[in-house]
Design a binder for this molecule. Structure first.
Ligand code: CA
Length: 225
């Protein structure tokens, strides 16, 4: 059963979403404020979160940031009434996977939900992942190079896992912070760069000319392994 958490405070929209998604065969839980949304996203194992931006208690951006900081990777589809491009980008930077602008048609929403579920299932962590002479063993939490174990710090391992799951996609430093630091530990963007530099030494054939962890000036990093 695919479980969807719906965070929407307008009763009419919430009810409409609940009915429609149930008819599509999903199991649905509805919450009406940001505090409950953040809590439930951490407590229960949902397959997808539909998150309204304008919520009482905490807005959708705040919820999104909190959820990702806690390391919850459930796909998030934001429902936004705002048309400002900057606000949409902000949601995506905070770790949302996609957004739909209100008012939306049920057909469009269903299609987006299906696409997101497909995407998240497709990138579920495999037990091991290979690139070049590197083998990442997610089950044992080990990295081997030419068969020889290489020591990674927990943060480096998490970061590499996040890169592998998001391969081919550019990740901003903020996204990397949210994705690899599951607690509220203070970490700055400079710290991200330091970890990347260390990771490169461990996985790149030539760390000075990286081919796997590519920097995109002003945007962030992309994993091309
Ligand atoms: Ca709302």
């Amino acid at each position: 059963m695919t479980r969807i958490l719906v965070a929407e405070d307008e009763p009419g929209i919430a009810l409409g979403l609940e009915d429609d998604l149930k008819m599509e065969g999903y199991e649905v839980e509805v919450v009406g404020d940001g505090i409950a949304a953040s809590r439930r996203a951490g407590e229960a194992n949902f397959d997808l979160i539909l998150l309204d931006v304008m919520l009482p208690g905490k807005d959708g951006f705040e919820v999104c940031r909190e959820v990702r900081r806690r390391g919850v990777r459930t796909p998030i589809l934001m429902l936004t009434a705002r048309t400002m491009e900057a606000e949409k980008v902000m949601g995506l930077e905070l770790g949302a996977d996609d957004y739909v602008t209100k008012p939306f048609g049920t057909r469009e929403l269903r299609a987006r939900i299906k696409a997101l579920l497909r995407r998240s299932r497709g990138v579920e962590s495999p037990a091991t992942y290979h690139f070049g002479d590197v083998e990442v063993d997610f089950e044992r939490g080990e990295l081997r190079r030419n068969g020889q174990p290489v020591e990674l710090t927990p943060i480096e391992f998490k970061m590499l896992g996040y890169f592998i799951r998001s391969r081919g996609r550019v990740l901003s430093r903020d996204q990397l912070l949210a994705g690899a630091w599951s607690n509220e530990t203070f970490a700055s963007e400079r710290v991200v760069d330091n970890h990347i530099a260390n990771l490169r030494k461990k996985i790149e054939p030539d760390p000075a000319n990286p081919k796997y962890l590519v920097n995109l000036r002003g945007l962030g990093y992309r994993f091309d392994g």
